[in-house]
Write a protein that binds this ligand. Structure first.
Ligand code: RB5
Length: 141
């Protein structure tokens, strides 16, 4: 199950992402926000990090204006490895090397078509399970 949330800056893109996930037949749970009315992104980051640390969801998608605030908030939580990605190479590498469990996207910095490609790459790439990556992740997880 995928957890997804956004703030007002990410609302329009989140609608497109959810449509895309539905077309792909992927199950997701939407944690808001539900409009483009101004709100505080850490509230929505917390909904998604809680869903992951509780085991309810395995992956998360967080969208705000830049993706930066969401990634900062999410990465304060133990067990969360949130990666702000603006390109597909990073999305692939952060799954293979960092075992990232959340991807953060900036709706004001990344166009919708590229955002969908980045998210697909993130969702479709497995962790490498290589010893050196497991060891490195253990420093901070
Ligand atoms: C909201 O204006 C904006 O600050 C937020 O979406 C995000 O970019 C924060 O990092």
């Amino acid at each position: 199950m995928i957890a997804i949330a956004c703030d007002h800056g990410g609302f329009a893109l989140k609608q497109e992402v959810m449509k895309h996930l539905t077309e792909r037949g992927l199950e997701f749970k939407d944690f808001g926000t539900d409009s483009d009315k101004s709100c505080d992104y850490p509230v929505y980051a917390k909904y998604v990090t809680d869903a992951i640390t509780s085991g309810e969801c395995q992956r998360g998608i967080l969208i705000c204006g830049t993706g930066i605030g969401m990634s900062m908030a999410a990465n304060k939580v133990a067990g969360i490895r949130a990666a702000l990605c603006c390109d597909c190479f990073s999305a692939k590498a952060t799954r293979e090397h960092n075992n990232a469990n959340i991807i953060c996207i900036g709706a004001r910095t990344t166009g919708p078509d590229l955002a969908l490609m980045i998210i697909d790459t993130f969702l479709d790439t497995e962790f490498s399970n290589e010893e050196r990556h497991i060891r490195r992740i253990s420093y901070y997880s």
